[in-house]
Design a protein around this ligand. Structure first.
Ligand SMILES: Nc1ncnc2c1ncn2[C@@H]1O[C@H](COP(=O)(O)OP(=O)(O)OP(=O)(O)O)[C@@H](O)[C@H]1O
Length: 254
């Protein structure tokens, strides 16, 4: 399997002198092309820090991060904006849609920023919104959509640039259980049918059970790892719950 992302002995410190927190402690793992990985762990274990470092929102203190074989940890600020725009797709808990733009404008915004032609933009818009079942919402504004529909719009926006990897930070955090399930089915569809590589942070065991692999963080290190393999999602859910119970701490198991 081709390597998408390589996290190589990454350490991240926050603060200085007397008040230093080691949020990531020499962490290493790889994400292969087409993988769907959940990052789980107790509050404060370093999940968001890890995602923010990959997203280059945070700078790492030591180690290397490579995407598609390219070193990203030493890029300059200007190069980083291009990297984020061209290589990453983001799905956040709060949707992060612009309320003054229509659904169509929200989804195509990344392509406008890339300077993609109108014809190509239109083609990709139709393709992606058909696949995600949101083609009837295109002229609406985000406020007129349900939370679940908004999150599907966010998925379409993340996908439209064909990013190397999709980073999802607690994507179901603002959704009820029915819409969470629908969103997870959408992410699974993106992974299995559209071959998207997905790295998702979640504290929810049921949400994590949709992933093919789960990494558990503890004190900024990988503490354990589960592969779904051929087992059912239900069995994976049970394994995650059991691992969370062993992991202990203040992890909010659900
Ligand atoms: N900007 C910051 N400044 C100082 N310390 C920080 C900062 N961001 C995170 N930390 C610390 O780094 C550690 C890891 O935090 P992080 O937010 O990555 O954990 P998390 O696993 O995402 O937690 P949660 O599930 O609560 O979101 C914690 O001890 C946290 O207090």
């Amino acid at each position: 399997m081709k390597k998408r992302l390589q996290i190589d002995q990454v350490t991240k410190y926050y603060g200085a002198e007397a008040i230093v927190t080691k949020a990531l402690d020499s962490i290493s793992f790889e994400v292969g092309d087409g993988e769907f990985i959940a990052i789980m762990g107790a509050s404060g274990s370093g999940k968001s820090t890890l995602l923010n470092c990959i997203a280059t929102i945070d700078r790492i203190s030591a180690g290397n991060i490579l995407l598609d074989g390219e070193q990203i940890s030493n890029k300059k600020e200007r190069e980083l904006a291009d990297y984020r725009r061209d290589k990453l797709g983001f799905i956040f808990q709060e949707y992060n849609l612009l309320d003054t733009l229509t659904v169509e404008e929200n989804i195509t915004l990344p392509l406008n920023l890339q300077g993609v032609s109108l014809k190509e933009t239109e083609k990709r818009l139709i393709d992606i919104t058909d696949k995600l079942g949101i083609h009837e919402q295109l002229k609406k504004f985000p406020m007129a959509l349900s939370g679940g529909q908004r999150q599907r719009v966010a998925c379409a926006r993340a996908l439209i640039t064909n990013p190397s990897i999709i980073l999802a930070d607690e994507p179901t955090g603002a959704l009820d259980s029915a819409n969470s399930k629908k969103l997870m089915e959408t992410l699974l569809f993106m992974n299995e049918q559209l071959h998207s590589t997905i790295l998702m942070v979640t504290h929810d065991a049921l949400v994590g059970s949709f992933a093919k692999r789960v990494l558990f963080l503890k004190d900024g290190k990988i503490w354990n790892e589960l592969y779904r393999g051929n087992q059912s999602q239900r069995a994976m859910h049970e394994d995650i719950l059991a691992t969370m119970a062993l992991l202990g701490g203040e992890g909010h198991v659900s």
